[in-house]
Design a binder for this molecule. Structure first.
Ligand code: ZN
Length: 249
């Protein structure tokens, strides 16, 4: 079967003498592994363009264990990312996050769109807030969202009094739950407002992310921590599930 889709390469591995295995986040088929035969020779012709973080129009042939690349037309090479060591490192960070958190062939077009927007943003500005915001938005698309609209524990609407942030559970806790359970650290209401904005359905990731300088570091820190906790928990549980399934064979 022939598959036509656009995709962004997130990883590339040499395979055998002349082949390459690409991990591609596609628009229509989720994350796939595709073999590009003789691609190092063909690559020279293509100008070295089948490399990570290129947006490509692919035609794949469905093979036994891999898709096989039959045609690849590079649409956007993201030149400014590839010529800047800082930017390429940042692209690799999100690529790694996607590789870890997505199962093969699980289709998430919204994650593809987020990744594309992330690269477009990275190509333009190089705002340090991009990584934490996009990582958190990617996890949100996969069903993990911090609670920023009501109290994590009692589910009451948050008042404008002092509230608290729980790093472990990922969300805001009200004063009385904080007194009861002792979880969380103080969080300013303006910071809660920023988090609400980021996780509101109308938040447009493509547009410039406007967060006042005063709260940038705190926002980044909270989101980074959130992503780390989720990834660690999920990867552990995935490992656990893998262990169970392999020991029951
Ligand atoms: Zn509460």
């Amino acid at each position: 079967m022939q598959i036509k889709t656009s995709g962004i390469i997130i990883k590339r591995m040499n395979f055998g003498e002349a082949d390459r295995i690409l991990t591609v986040l596609t628009h229509d088929h989720g994350k796939v592994k595709a073999i590009a035969r003789g691609s190092r020779k063909i690559l020279a012709k293509l100008g070295g363009s089948l490399e990570p973080f290129c947006l490509v129009d692919f035609i794949f042939h469905e093979g036994k264990s891999f898709y096989v690349v039959t045609s690849a037309v590079v649409i956007n090479h993201f030149e400014k990312i590839h010529t800047d060591i800082d930017k390429i490192a940042k692209a690799f960070y999100i690529g790694e996050l996607l590789d870890k958190s997505l199962e093969d062939h699980q289709n998430h077009p919204e994650v593809y769109e987020l990744f594309k927007k992330y690269l477009e943003n990275l190509e333009g500005a190089d705002d340090p807030i991009l990584i934490p915001v996009f990582s958190a938005k990617i996890l949100e698309s996969l069903g993990f969202k911090p609670e920023v609209f009501e109290c994590l524990h009692c589910r009451q609407k948050l008042s404008l009094a002092q509230n608290f942030w729980d790093d472990i559970e990922g969300g805001v806790i009200c004063q009385s739950c904080h007194d009861k359970f002792g979880h969380g650290r103080k969080i300013e209401n303006d910071l809660i407002k920023i988090l609400r904005l980021i996780f509101s359905p109308t938040f447009a990731v493509g547009s410039k992310i406007n967060i006042s300088e005063k709260y940038k570091n705190q926002t980044a820190e909270i989101l980074e921590n959130y992503v780390e906790v989720i990834l660690e928990r999920e990867l552990k549980s995935k490992k656990f599930l893998d262990q169970i399934s392999s020991s029951s064979k």
